[in-house]
Design a protein. Structure first.
Lengths: 386, 364
């Protein structure tokens, strides 16, 4: 029973493949299937942060359960396994950026930074040094095409598609990486884990940001970027002060819960002013945006201005339709939505798709208010935050 | 599949055949060495014979040998009496982690700064100075006799961690001026889980483990008879010419490595060193990567100090020597032992040379 097609992954039996093993079921199955298909699989787990510290447990081992799990899986499937200490670079490339983003009124996506700046850069380099022909991960996405000029596509299982988190992968990186699970659905992955009796077959999905296992990310933001926790005003877009907040680092544009202000209609965060520590709130209509500007773009395709595209501006929201408002110039681009959108948050990524194929994307820098909807200019804060 | 090449003897050495045989025999002794019956006496005889063998191996020293679970316990027991203690900054973590231990500076070769020791002894009331004979990461030898003289002049004891030196350099703990010495079995081809603490004056010793009267009330707990037997057998199996043979292999390894790779660096090259350890840097390639790539090529070496997760932390030894972080991060430890052959050295050089060429190609 072969769940993966080695040739389709542009791999051959006997070739060395490094698998990034997180300790979860997805990367475990990735390693197991490649091994089963005859590759010379080497498992590597990155020690990204001090687990004991992150969990707030003094004296806990520096390595968490995930590293143990990855090692047990590697033993079970019979592959060499190594743990690399990437704590310092993860802190600099991901955790600091995470805290700074919140302090600047943005909503970061640390997983993209980790893929972009840690896994597909430093780990990929290690894989090359070990003589591997490819680096495989347990992401649900598809890499389509030969060894050169690969394309990035959504996963076959739309529910599990993680291509959004991979938008910053450069062409060079994409040519070297493989996503063997992209053609599988989660049920198949679980079934493989059961069939091979992998020690993590029953392990639940991780939901939290890995370095904030408690889920309380404001603690780490407050520690690394105290200015994100300055007290400030909650202002209604109509100008009224509705109350006080304990730091803009606790808010994200589009958020409704946790505002602790009583109004007749539901209120949403529509902007964050980092300079003045103001949280702007308003009715849903006040937060609608007609388009946005993205920076630090990465292109895996060449969309033309005016092309009708699918735009995903938040991981947990479906893509919406829109277009490039002007030809992409250098590293920034302007996008226009067909319909005004709510909850477009600076710091998140806007990722463009043509059908199944991911063409590229960038980091949301500014949003443009949808004119005439609310009759006000609610986005000064958002613009300031840029 | 070709056999693996094992060059990590400083971490643990393969069991010597003589040790395996002695362990096998001892495992079949039913008695507890504290028991009065024939079975007990037989076990006791093995332990006492081992004690004599080891005493002879460390210079025929008078005083007492206490068997322990290993050198970490021996170090803890020797330094457990409390009081202010001084230790070279390059000591093993089992020494540096003892409460009351203050680290002392070393020079660029990793040798204790004797002037700094003298000053510290003048300024403070020191109970004990701890100094290793041979460093476990570089093999560099310490001026233990000089340090012992300084310590004694100031009324302090001197404890020597002789784990890496034992069996590799001529060892006479009493002549060194040491008051206590820690030894380990598995670094020289004995079993893991056996060690010993030599004491010049056993009566002045405060036991770490209390309870039963074993080891003359200096270490409670039933003796690890098989481990002790294996320890002594391994020590007894060291051939007189072994150290010279290893030194010659190490010299070849270092000369060839430096010939293969122009910018290769042997850490502590100019200092007197134990014959079996080479700390070798390949600038521009992370030590962790070298260890992985060599492992995949069938060659076992190590880097830095391994934590239980298997991650490699930056070496406190190289840091204390003032080795630049980039160079330290590209330094691996190659360590030889009783089973090492010149073919092993050739295999290592082939694999490491391949790695270096891979680095060159990437750099272009």
């Amino acid at each position: 029973m072969a769940e993966i097609d080695l040739a389709g992954l542009a791999l051959a039996p006997g070739e060395r493949v490094v698998v990034a093993m997180s300790g979860g079921v997805d990367s475990a199955v990735t390693a197991a299937l490649l091994k089963e298909a005859g590759c010379d699989v080497v498992g590597i787990t990155l020690q990204l942060y001090d687990h004991g510290q992150a969990a707030g447990k003094k004296g806990a081992c520096c390595a968490g359960q995930d590293i143990e799990d990855a090692r047990n899986v590697a033993d079970a499937i019979g592959i060499p396994h190594y743990v690399l200490d990437f704590e310092a670079r993860f802190k600099a490339a991901v955790i600091d950026d995470f805290a700074e983003s919140y302090a600047a009124g943005r909503t970061p996506i640390p997983c993209v930074r980790c893929n972009q700046r840690v896994k597909f850069r430093d780990l990929l380099e290690v894989a090359r040094e070990l003589g591997a022909v490819a680096l495989a991960t347990g992401h649900y996405a598809r890499r389509v095409g030969g060894r050169a000029g690969a394309e990035l596509w959504r996963a076959r299982d739309a529910q599990k598609d993680q291509s959004y988190f991979l938008f910053a992968t450069t062409q060079d990186q994409l040519d070297f990486v493989r996503f063997p699970l992209g053609a599988l659905d989660k049920a198949t992955t679980r079934a493989v884990a059961e069939r091979l009796a992998l020690p993590v077959a029953q392990k639940p999905e991780s939901q939290d940001i890995c370095f904030v296992p408690t889920g309380h990310y404001s603690n780490i933001v407050g520690k690394l970027a105290p200015r994100a926790m300055r007290k400030g005003a909650i202002l209604h877009v109509d100008g009224r002060q509705l109350g006080e907040h304990a730091g803009i680092g606790r808010f994200t544009v589009g958020q409704r819960r946790g505002l602790k202000v009583a109004e007749g209609e539901p209120l949403y965060v529509v902007g964050l002013d980092a300079e003045e520590a103001i949280v702007h709130v308003g009715p849903r209509a006040a937060g609608l945006t007609s388009g946005l500007t993205v920076a630090d773009c990465n292109w895996l395709g060449r969309p033309a201005a005016g092309d009708r595209l699918a735009i995903k501006h938040r991981y947990n929201e479906p893509a919406v339709t829109g277009r490039l408002a002007a030809p992409a110039i250098g590293e920034s681009a302007r996008l226009a939505f067909d319909e005004p959108q709510a909850g477009v948050a600076p710091g998140q990524a806007a990722v463009l798709y043509a059908g199944e194929r991911l063409l590229g994307g960038g980091w949301i820098e500014r949003t443009s208010p949808a004119r005439g909807k609310a009759g006000i200019e609610p986005h000064a804060a958002t613009v300031l935050g840029a | 599949m070709t056999a693996r090449v094992y060059l990590d003897h400083a971490a643990s050495s393969p069991l010597r055949p003589a040790a395996r045989a002695a362990i096998g025999r001892a495992l079949d002794l039913a008695g507890n060495a504290s028991s009065v019956h024939a079975e007990g006496r037989a076990a006791r005889a093995v332990v006492e014979a081992a004690r004599r063998t080891l005493a002879a191996a460390i210079g025929g020293a008078t005083g007492g040998i206490v068997f322990t679970s290993g050198a970490t316990e021996a170090n803890a027991a020797a330094l457990g009496a409390g009081g202010r203690m001084l230790a070279a900054a390059v000591e093993h973590p089992s020494v540096l982690a003892q409460p009351g231990v203050e680290p002392l500076a070393v020079d660029s070769a990793g040798r204790l700064d004797l002037q700094a020791l003298a000053t510290a002894l003048e300024e403070r009331d020191v109970a004990c100075v701890a100094l290793m004979l041979a460093n476990n990461e570089t093999g560099v030898l310490q001026p233990v006799a000089e340090a012992a003289a300084l310590a004694h002049r100031a009324g302090a004891r001197l404890h020597v961690d002789a784990v890496q030196a034992f069996g590799r350099v001529p060892l006479d703990v009493a002549a060194l001026g040491a008051d206590s010495a820690a030894l380990s079995a598995h670094k020289l081809g004995g079993p893991k889980g056996a060690g010993a603490l030599w004491l010049r004056d056993p009566d002045a010793f405060h036991p770490l483990l209390r309870g039963g009267g074993q080891e003359h009330r200096r270490r409670a707990g039933t003796e690890n008879v098989a481990g002790i037997a294996g320890f002594a057998a391994a020590a007894g199996a060291i051939e007189p010419e072994e150290a010279d043979r290893l030194a010659a292999l190490c010299r070849t390894l270092e000369a060839e490595a430096c010939r293969l790779v122009e910018d290769a660096v042997v850490i502590g090259a100019d200092a007197p060193r134990a014959p079996h350890i080479t700390a070798l840097a390949l600038p521009g390639m992370a030590a962790a990567t070298q260890v992985m790539a060599l492992d995949l090529a069938g060659v076992a070496v190590s880097a830095g100090a391994a934590c239980s997760s298997g991650k490699v932390a930056r070496s406190h030894v190289l840091a204390a020597m003032g080795v630049a972080p980039a160079l330290a991060d590209s330094t691996i430890r190659v360590s030889l032992g009783w089973s090492t052959t010149s073919a092993d050295i050739d295999r290592f050089l082939d694999a490491w040379g391949d790695l270096a060429r891979r680095r060159r190609k990437d750099a272009l």
